[in-house]
Design a protein around this ligand. Structure first.
Ligand code: ATP
Ligand code: MG
Length: 132
């Protein structure tokens, strides 16, 4: 466009206003043209990401939703012979414990021993073998 505007100016086809107009058009078209050039890459990653989001939405729930029942009044909780693994190593192995009502119970163990996992199982985030 620079050469074209210089050529047109030298031939007297355009005046200096036409050259300035072409230069402004050249500079202002850079952003949209570069965005258009990157559209393919952006679109590919957007489609891949939306595919993953849809996979998560369509994932069947691990535990069944219980609806239309009476409110549960807490009267203590208990787990008996609970065994759980995320896939690889066993996190909880034949674990049993009682959590009486109106008592503060501390769950103590080294990092990675399964304390959070136990609470998630009590909240039915996952299904475990044994009685909860
Ligand atoms: N969602 C998950 N998928 C796979 N493995 C997991 C998952 N969550 C926890 N784990 C693994 O299970 C084990 C127990 O983790 P958990 O978070 O229950 O331990 P924790 O006792 O709460 O540890 P911390 O004291 O650090 O909070 C760890 O080895 C951890 O890497
Ligand atoms: Mg934890």
């Amino acid at each position: 466009m620079l050469f074209l505007s210089a050529y047109l100016y030298s031939k007297g086809i355009t005046d200096i206003a036409g050259v300035v107009f072409l230069l402004i058009a050249l500079m202002s078209s850079y952003g949209p043209v570069s965005a258009l050039a990157n559209l393919g890459t952006t679109l590919q990653s957007t489609i891949a990401a939306s595919g993953r989001v849809l996979d998560i939405i369509e994932e069947p729930p691990e535990t069944d939703e219980i609806t239309g029942k009476q409110d549960v009044l807490f009267s203590g909780a208990e787990c008996e012979n609970v065994t759980f693994r995320y896939g690889g190593d066993t996190v909880l192995d034949d674990f049993s414990m009682k959590y009486p009502d109106n008592k503060i119970v501390g769950v103590i163990g080294r990092s990675g021993s399964g304390k959070s996992t136990l609470l998630k199982l009590l909240m039915r985030f996952w299904k475990a073998s044994g009685v909860l």
